[in-house]
Ligand binder design. Structure first.
Ligand code: ATP
Length: 233
């Protein structure tokens, strides 16, 4: 299959076995959301894909290439790029300096292209990362991730803690990336947002895939969603 796939992935923190035989697929160009209650294992799944946590067993492949035992930096170089919950913005550097850190020769997503396609980044450039709002930091973190030329972008709760107007702006950025054909895996707590932005959803429960279905089916069947997430839409 072309895209990212996890097959029977198990992962643990020390003796705490968190992920149990997690299998999921993000086809090339597809946007997939990962849902689940607090502590279900969503962040752990992203960390495992990104090489920040070594799986106990199972395999992770990108376009057929085995990424399972690669280091985090090698995985980034293969095109699997993560925007973490903490966003990783350097607070003492300006937004421009944050972006220049990942500038290199021959990249598809140059700073110029980022500014061209996402003019929302321009007014942030001269401001220190630490002076940006949560939403502005999120946009900066996505811009920086783009400059690593992702083939798959992993986003951990991109709307978390943001004011509604910034949630809209971040969603707009994600919608444009989706339209450009970028594959994304988006961890999201807010179901309405997840179903709006993604085409396919996996629901984790206690570290296992409890359900997976097209977002259109989940939107049409709130009872199922309620059962696994304990929320309504
Ligand atoms: P949330 O929405 O709260 O972030 P989540 O679905 O992302 O939840 P994870 O963060 O993956 O869940 O956590 C899954 C389980 O792993 C939880 O029981 C959590 O307490 C545990 N856990 C997470 N990080 C660590 C760690 N560094 N060491 C030990 N246990 C951890």
């Amino acid at each position: 299959m072309s895209g990212l796939s996890l097959k029977d992935v198990n992962a643990a923190y020390g003796k705490s076995h968190i992920l149990h035989d997690v299998s999921l697929e993000i086809a090339s160009g597809q946007v997939v959301t990962l849902l689940g209650r607090n502590g279900a294992g969503k962040t752990t799944t992203i960390r495992t894909i990104a090489g920040l946590l070594e799986p106990l067993s199972g395999s992770i492949r990108l376009d057929g290439e085995d990424l399972t035992r690669l280091r985090a930096d090698q995985i980034v170089r293969r095109g699997v790029v993560c925007v973490t919950e903490g966003r990783g913005v350097f607070t003492h550097l300006t937004a421009r300096e944050n972006l220049e850190l990942v500038e290199r020769k021959g990249q598809d997503w140059t700073l110029e292209r980022v500014l061209d396609e996402f003019p929302i980044v321009q007014p942030l450039l001269s401001r220190p990362g630490g002076g940006l709002s949560g939403g502005e930091q999120q946009i900066l973190a996505i811009a920086r991730a783009l400059m690593l030329d992702p083939r798959v972008l992993l986003l951990d709760e991109p709307s978390q803690g943001l004011a509604p107007v910034m949630v809209e702006r971040v969603l707009d950025v994600l919608a444009r990336l989706r339209a450009s054909g970028l594959s994304m895996l988006i961890v999201e707590q807010k179901l309405d947002i997840a179903l709006e932005v993604a085409e396919y959803a996996y629901v984790l429960e206690n570290g296992r895939v409890a359900l997976h279905a097209p977002c259109s089916e989940l939107s049409a069947d709130p009872a199922i969603v309620n059962r696994f997430l304990g929320v309504s839409i």
